[in-house]
Design a protein around this ligand. Structure first.
Ligand code: DGL
Length: 278
């Protein structure tokens, strides 16, 4: 069995790379649904359907532990995916984990009482972070800002506009005396240094490429029955639903080397993806 990491596109590669650094020997399959990126402006129904296909695809690749690295998926489809699949005895040994709760736990572990959050349209409007925080500790305040232009600017070489767009998005949050800022989207770790320039050094940045691998390591330590089943040949496989030159170049940049990226076919007949070559 392997670890599956699923994201709508590029940003999840930062998490996959960081997981590799934290757990060097684990076998990973990364699936990026580049055909349907960005998820952040889509409906709940569409996000669920795309996520379902991705999860089934990863299950079929022997990934019985899957991280939905995408915040939009974690905020919208995760609960339903867990409810739809895991109670079935056919899937009971499988696990699907999200990123919202572990990220909030990290903020609470660090003792923050006033949290800022930036994320996609869907994640913010779903209030998933607010609702989960309410369950974890209702005393903690969270201030959130919808930042829908960031993913398109990152994906389409819009670097020159990022400083002014970020300033516009972050200024309202800075009025709230926040102690940390959660980067609630897989793509946002790319913006750490630009964000730091605007928020200064007194506010901590909570980025999921740093949080999720540590939380995963802990999860595996606490669940040896799952950890022991994961194969450990230090193998990483990268599969996307649509491949472009832009995507491969960005992926090579993230990994600082060329990596093999496969493109899966979608089968209308089975309503899922099929791997061309294994
Ligand atoms: N991966 C998404 C997330 O973390 C961002 C990109 C998208 O909108 O698909 O929310």
């Amino acid at each position: 069995m392997k670890l599956g990491i699923f994201d709508s596109g590029l940003g999840g590669l930062l998490i996959a790379k960081s997981v590799r650094e934290h757990i060097p020997d684990i076998d990973i399959i990364y699936f990026g649904d580049t055909l349907h990126l960005p998820y952040g402006n889509r409906s709940k129904e569409a996000i669920y359907e795309y996520s379902r296909r991705a999860i089934e695809f990863l299950f079929a690749q022997d990934c019985n532990l899957i991280i939905t690295a995408c915040n939009t998926v974690s905020a919208s489809a995760l609960r339903k995916l867990q409810q739809d699949y895991l109670p079935d005895s056919k899937y009971s040994y499988r696990r699907i984990l999200g990123v919202v709760v572990p990220t909030l736990e990290c903020a609470l572990d660090d003792g923050y009482k006033s949290i800022g959050l930036i994320a996609t349209n869907y994640t913010i409007n779903s209030n998933a972070y607010k609702e989960e925080l309410q369950k974890l500790d209702p005393q903690i305040k969270i201030f959130q800002e919808n930042t829908p232009l960031l993913v398109p600017l990152i994906e389409h070489d819009g670097g020159q506009w990022l400083p002014s767009v970020l300033k516009r998005y972050l200024t309202p949050l800075l009025k709230h005396d926040i102690e940390c800022l959660i980067l609630g989207c897989t793509h946002y770790p790319f913006l750490k240094s630009e964000i730091r320039k605007i928020i200064g050094n007194d506010i901590s940045l909570l980025a999921q490429d740093e949080i999720i691998p540590k939380k995963l390591k802990l999860y595996l330590e606490n669940h040896p029955e799952i950890a022991d089943k994961i194969s450990r040949h230090a193998k990483s496989e990268f599969i996307v639903s649509d491949i472009t030159k832009n995507y491969t170049q960005c992926a090579y940049k993230i990994y600082a080397q060329e990596i093999d990226i496969e493109c899966a076919d979608f089968s209308v007949e089975t309503n899922t993806y099929i791997r061309k070559a294994i």
